[in-house]
Design a protein around this ligand. Sequence first.
Ligand SMILES: [Fe+2]
Length: 345
Amino acid sequence: MSTTIEEINGTNCKTYLLVSGTEAALVDPVRDRYDTYRQLLATRGLTLRMVLETHMHADHLMLNRAAKEGLGVPVVMHRESPSPLVDRHVQDGDVVTLGDARIEVIHTPGHTPDSVCFRVEGDVLTGDTLLIGGSGRCDFPGGDSGAQFDAVSGRLFALPDDTVVWPAHDYKGNTSSTIGREKQTNARFVGKTREAYIALMASLGLPFPEKVQQSLQVNQSGFETCDVSFPQVSDVAALDRVTAPDVAARLRAASPPLLLDVREPEEFVGELGHIEGSLLVPLDALEHRLPKLAGYVDQDVVVVCRAGARSASAGAILRRAGFRRVFNLEGGMLAWVGAKLPIQR
Ligand SMILES: [Fe+2]
């Protein structure tokens, strides 16, 4: 049985319907088209099995808790995703099954730390990693143009040339391309060294899109109801950020802050280790653990993750729950280790 891929938004911002037999997955659904998706699935007699997100989006509202519960299916994202609504965290090489189809996860960080591409038979959904004749910007928090170059040239361009490319965005009316065509014609990559690519991406000077901060705050907190509009979320104030040396200094003070590490348990004891005295509460368990943290509502809490994105989500959850003094460790454990501060494993 073959798998079909169809773009169903008809706009620059693309959502794909993946179908195998009567089973379906939505890739990068947009919140304001939730009703359309439900109707489409019902009309075609399809059973939705999952929502796949190629990365944490900054340009549109992703499904929130209410929409997710309405669809009643798990949300699949990379393990470094800062979204608190993920049910299944995947990593490079994982395979997700839909009907008879095998969906292979390729971790392609760069646009965001949690960017992945989904390879399904002879097709690859490339998110904002590889666009038709372009690539996703790398200037948002956590972006890394060098990593993106490695991911595209080393991983995606290693796929067979006839693999069909389906990007998450296109601004020129294109629908799909192939790996072979992108290898030959994509000006971002043709004849470019890694250094040249990094320089090119740094020189783009793209305007910071409107609403990016609001979209990220809503997508990362996951709390809003289905009919949210942008002005209502302005109460999610930006978190205060602290640098790694500043946190180290505060830990030596008379009343040190609570360090709340929201990574996965393997990361806590992994390569980057953790800061001595940290309390481990993985992001997706945070809401359930809030009652146990109640004693800290008026104290300083520093939230920590790998690069600072998941901790921003955790901070938003704590703020919503009434914690008054929440700080985000800027750059996460990467910055802590980069500053040569001590770790434990
Ligand atoms: Fe994006």
